[in-house]
Design a protein around this ligand. Structure first.
Ligand SMILES: C[S@@+](CC[C@H](N)C(=O)[O-])C[C@H]1O[C@@H](n2cnc3c(N)ncnc32)[C@H](O)[C@@H]1O
Length: 213
């Protein structure tokens, strides 16, 4: 069986670094928003880091942050390593973390202050969303926060473009799909993350900032 793609676009390589056209468009606004949200010295675990461009852009704006890349995909991790070598910031080796796999989650023994995850929960089966919430319950302290970036279904106020995107994802893989905002909040609330702040981002995307109240 052919494996579904991990990204919805061609990622251009340059000396080991992959360039994602969509990350190229949204990394500045994401870095600016994260810079406002994350407290000084936050230790961030990024899940599904892809090319690594979001972490790089964010630490350029906020060198005080500690940033741990991760991705189950080896080519993505190689890109994260290449990007890390390209900037003057200390990064540990990217982790081969598949949040839908309990054994993979169990390899994490460190505590983090925040988890950031962009454009993963809709381009993966629902088990990845549940696994992400379990991971958050496991590796974040009581003051920890989970920040998700991407589109959401929001009942009647769902943007038509996000409904179209949802249908196009399901045509690629019936287990994928834009997730319902209230369902996502509920899944994280079961792990104690019952406070949710939603920030509008360009092109009908959002940053969902979840914490324990
Ligand atoms: C569409 S890409 C997004 C990459 C990057 N976050 C961005 O926004 O540019 C989705 C990423 O999630 C990763 N991913 C898919 N399933 C995952 C899982 N179960 N656990 C962790 N990461 C996963 C993929 O390997 C891929 O790198």
């Amino acid at each position: 069986m052919t494996k579904p793609p991990i990204a919805l676009e061609a990622r251009k390589p340059e000396e080991g670094r992959l360039f994602s056209p969509s990350a190229g468009r949204n990394k500045a606004v994401i870095a600016a928003a994260l810079s406002e949200i994350l407290p000084q010295g936050t230790c961030v675990l990024e899940v599904g880091s892809g090319t690594g461009e979001h972490g790089i852009e964010t630490v350029k704006a906020r060198p005080d942050l500690s940033w741990q890349f991760s991705d189950p995909d080896a080519a993505s991790r190689a890109s994260q390593t290449a990007w890390a070598a390209h900037v003057s910031h200390d990064f540990s080796e990217p982790l081969a973390l598949d949040v839908s796999d309990a054994k993979s989650r169990a390899q994490l023994f460190l505590q983090y202050d925040a988890i950031f995850c962009a454009n993963m929960i809709h381009i993966a089966p629902i088990s990845a969303l549940h696994g992400l919430a379990e991971l958050a319950g496991m590796v974040l302290s009581n003051s920890g926060q989970v920040i998700l970036y991407g589109p959401f279904l929001m009942g009647e106020s769902t943007a038509p473009s996000n409904l179209e995107f949802d249908a196009s994802l399901k045509r690629i893989n019936s287990a994928w799909g834009v997730r319902d905002l209230e369902a996502v909040k509920h899944i994280f609330a079961k792990q104690g993350f019952n406070s949710a702040k939603l920030r509008d981002m360009p092109k009908n995307n959002f940053l969902l900032d979840l914490s324990k109240s």
